[in-house]
Ligand binder design. Structure first.
Ligand SMILES: [Zn+2]
Length: 185
Protein backbone atom coordinates (compact mmCIF):
# COMPACT_ATOMS: atom_id res chain seq x y z
CA UNK A 1 0.00 0.00 0.00
CA UNK A 2 1.09 3.57 -0.64
CA UNK A 3 2.90 5.06 2.39
CA UNK A 4 1.32 8.52 2.59
CA UNK A 5 3.23 9.45 5.78
CA UNK A 6 6.56 8.87 4.02
CA UNK A 7 5.39 10.88 0.97
CA UNK A 8 4.48 13.79 3.27
CA UNK A 9 7.96 13.78 4.81
CA UNK A 10 9.71 13.62 1.44
CA UNK A 11 7.60 16.38 -0.11
CA UNK A 12 8.44 18.55 2.86
CA UNK A 13 12.11 17.78 2.18
CA UNK A 14 11.71 18.78 -1.47
CA UNK A 15 10.17 22.12 -0.43
CA UNK A 16 13.19 22.75 1.81
CA UNK A 17 15.57 21.69 -0.97
CA UNK A 18 13.85 24.18 -3.28
CA UNK A 19 14.77 26.88 -0.77
CA UNK A 20 11.20 27.53 0.33
CA UNK A 21 9.74 27.58 3.82
CA UNK A 22 7.49 24.53 4.30
CA UNK A 23 5.91 26.22 7.34
CA UNK A 24 4.65 29.31 5.51
CA UNK A 25 0.89 29.60 5.12
CA UNK A 26 0.56 28.49 1.51
CA UNK A 27 2.76 25.42 1.97
CA UNK A 28 1.97 24.17 5.44
CA UNK A 29 -0.68 21.71 4.21
CA UNK A 30 1.06 20.95 0.90
CA UNK A 31 2.87 17.73 1.92
CA UNK A 32 -0.42 16.31 3.20
CA UNK A 33 -2.28 17.40 0.05
CA UNK A 34 0.36 15.92 -2.27
CA UNK A 35 0.34 12.63 -0.34
CA UNK A 36 -3.44 12.44 -0.63
CA UNK A 37 -3.27 13.26 -4.35
CA UNK A 38 -0.58 10.61 -4.94
CA UNK A 39 -2.68 8.04 -3.14
CA UNK A 40 -5.44 8.70 -5.68
CA UNK A 41 -3.46 9.25 -8.90
CA UNK A 42 -1.20 6.24 -8.24
CA UNK A 43 -3.95 3.92 -7.05
CA UNK A 44 -3.12 1.44 -9.81
CA UNK A 45 0.31 0.81 -8.23
CA UNK A 46 -1.46 -1.17 -5.51
CA UNK A 47 -2.51 -3.82 -8.01
CA UNK A 48 -0.91 -6.20 -10.51
CA UNK A 49 -2.41 -6.57 -13.99
CA UNK A 50 -3.85 -9.89 -12.86
CA UNK A 51 -5.53 -8.27 -9.87
CA UNK A 52 -7.01 -5.56 -12.10
CA UNK A 53 -8.30 -8.26 -14.46
CA UNK A 54 -10.02 -10.02 -11.54
CA UNK A 55 -11.46 -6.71 -10.34
CA UNK A 56 -13.22 -6.06 -13.64
CA UNK A 57 -13.94 -9.59 -14.74
CA UNK A 58 -17.68 -9.03 -15.04
CA UNK A 59 -17.92 -10.08 -18.64
CA UNK A 60 -21.06 -11.71 -19.88
CA UNK A 61 -21.35 -14.55 -22.35
CA UNK A 62 -22.50 -13.63 -25.80
CA UNK A 63 -21.92 -16.58 -28.05
CA UNK A 64 -23.71 -15.02 -31.00
CA UNK A 65 -21.48 -12.00 -31.52
CA UNK A 66 -17.93 -11.98 -32.83
CA UNK A 67 -18.19 -8.42 -34.16
CA UNK A 68 -15.22 -6.21 -33.39
CA UNK A 69 -15.74 -3.89 -30.42
CA UNK A 70 -14.06 -0.47 -30.64
CA UNK A 71 -14.13 1.97 -27.75
CA UNK A 72 -12.62 5.26 -28.83
CA UNK A 73 -11.13 8.23 -26.98
CA UNK A 74 -11.27 7.11 -23.36
CA UNK A 75 -9.99 10.11 -21.37
CA UNK A 76 -7.01 9.31 -19.16
CA UNK A 77 -4.02 10.87 -17.49
CA UNK A 78 -0.84 9.37 -16.13
CA UNK A 79 2.64 10.25 -14.88
CA UNK A 80 5.85 9.42 -16.72
CA UNK A 81 8.37 7.38 -14.78
CA UNK A 82 11.33 9.40 -16.07
CA UNK A 83 10.25 12.75 -14.62
CA UNK A 84 7.15 11.96 -12.54
CA UNK A 85 5.59 14.48 -14.91
CA UNK A 86 1.95 14.56 -15.94
CA UNK A 87 0.89 13.00 -19.24
CA UNK A 88 -2.26 14.89 -20.22
CA UNK A 89 -4.82 15.16 -23.02
CA UNK A 90 -4.43 11.41 -23.02
CA UNK A 91 -6.92 9.31 -24.93
CA UNK A 92 -6.99 5.54 -25.26
CA UNK A 93 -8.76 3.58 -27.96
CA UNK A 94 -9.32 -0.07 -27.10
CA UNK A 95 -10.54 -2.66 -29.58
CA UNK A 96 -10.93 -6.42 -29.51
CA UNK A 97 -12.66 -9.26 -31.29
CA UNK A 98 -14.78 -11.12 -28.70
CA UNK A 99 -14.34 -14.87 -28.41
CA UNK A 100 -17.78 -15.53 -26.93
CA UNK A 101 -17.12 -13.18 -24.01
CA UNK A 102 -18.12 -9.55 -24.27
CA UNK A 103 -16.95 -7.09 -21.65
CA UNK A 104 -19.15 -4.18 -20.53
CA UNK A 105 -17.94 -0.89 -22.00
CA UNK A 106 -17.77 0.80 -18.62
CA UNK A 107 -15.45 -2.03 -17.48
CA UNK A 108 -13.08 -1.32 -20.37
CA UNK A 109 -12.95 2.34 -19.37
CA UNK A 110 -12.30 1.42 -15.74
CA UNK A 111 -9.47 -0.97 -16.68
CA UNK A 112 -7.83 1.86 -18.66
CA UNK A 113 -8.32 4.23 -15.74
CA UNK A 114 -6.70 1.90 -13.20
CA UNK A 115 -3.75 1.03 -15.48
CA UNK A 116 -3.05 4.70 -16.15
CA UNK A 117 -2.77 5.42 -12.41
CA UNK A 118 0.82 4.22 -12.24
CA UNK A 119 4.30 5.61 -12.82
CA UNK A 120 5.21 4.35 -16.28
CA UNK A 121 5.85 5.07 -19.92
CA UNK A 122 3.04 5.58 -22.41
CA UNK A 123 3.80 2.40 -24.36
CA UNK A 124 3.54 0.33 -21.18
CA UNK A 125 -0.02 1.57 -20.59
CA UNK A 126 -1.04 0.09 -23.95
CA UNK A 127 0.72 -3.21 -23.23
CA UNK A 128 -0.84 -3.55 -19.78
CA UNK A 129 -4.35 -2.72 -21.01
CA UNK A 130 -3.93 -5.28 -23.81
CA UNK A 131 -2.71 -7.96 -21.34
CA UNK A 132 -5.68 -7.36 -19.05
CA UNK A 133 -8.17 -7.30 -21.96
CA UNK A 134 -6.83 -10.69 -23.08
CA UNK A 135 -7.05 -12.14 -19.59
CA UNK A 136 -10.63 -10.91 -19.07
CA UNK A 137 -12.05 -11.67 -22.53
CA UNK A 138 -9.93 -14.66 -23.55
CA UNK A 139 -9.26 -12.96 -26.90
CA UNK A 140 -5.73 -12.49 -28.29
CA UNK A 141 -7.11 -10.11 -30.93
CA UNK A 142 -6.63 -6.84 -29.10
CA UNK A 143 -5.33 -3.41 -30.07
CA UNK A 144 -4.77 -0.39 -27.85
CA UNK A 145 -3.85 3.00 -29.23
CA UNK A 146 -2.89 5.85 -26.98
CA UNK A 147 -2.18 9.51 -27.61
CA UNK A 148 -0.95 11.99 -25.02
CA UNK A 149 0.91 15.21 -24.36
CA UNK A 150 3.83 14.87 -21.96
CA UNK A 151 4.44 17.80 -19.65
CA UNK A 152 8.12 16.77 -19.41
CA UNK A 153 8.26 17.64 -23.14
CA UNK A 154 5.85 20.58 -23.31
CA UNK A 155 6.93 22.46 -20.16
CA UNK A 156 10.71 21.96 -20.11
CA UNK A 157 13.68 20.90 -22.19
CA UNK A 158 12.89 21.23 -25.87
CA UNK A 159 9.51 22.89 -25.06
CA UNK A 160 7.51 21.57 -27.96
CA UNK A 161 4.05 22.36 -26.70
CA UNK A 162 1.15 20.75 -28.49
CA UNK A 163 3.27 17.80 -29.56
CA UNK A 164 1.43 14.55 -29.08
CA UNK A 165 2.94 11.11 -28.71
CA UNK A 166 1.13 8.19 -30.30
CA UNK A 167 1.66 4.56 -29.34
CA UNK A 168 -0.07 1.46 -30.65
CA UNK A 169 -0.11 -2.03 -29.16
CA UNK A 170 -1.42 -4.20 -31.98
CA UNK A 171 -1.93 -7.92 -31.45
CA UNK A 172 -3.41 -11.01 -33.03
CA UNK A 173 -5.70 -10.56 -36.01
CA UNK A 174 -5.26 -6.78 -35.89
CA UNK A 175 -1.73 -7.35 -37.23
CA UNK A 176 -2.86 -9.26 -40.28
CA UNK A 177 -6.54 -8.72 -41.09
CA UNK A 178 -7.09 -5.70 -43.36
CA UNK A 179 -10.78 -5.64 -42.35
CA UNK A 180 -9.68 -5.01 -38.75
CA UNK A 181 -6.83 -2.66 -39.64
CA UNK A 182 -9.29 -0.05 -40.89
CA UNK A 183 -10.02 0.64 -37.19
CA UNK A 184 -6.34 1.32 -36.41
CA UNK A 185 -6.58 5.03 -37.14
ZN1 LIG B 1 9.07 12.29 -18.84
Amino acid sequence: MIDTKAIEEHIRGILVALGDDPDREGLVETPKRVAKMYEEVFEGMNYTNHEIAEMFDKSFEDGASDAVVVMRDIDLFSYCEHHMALMYDMKATVMYVPKGKVLGLSKIARICDMVSKRLQLQEKIGRDIADIMTEVTGSEDVAVMIEACHSCVSARGIKKSGTKTYTAEVRGAFRTDPMLQIYLR
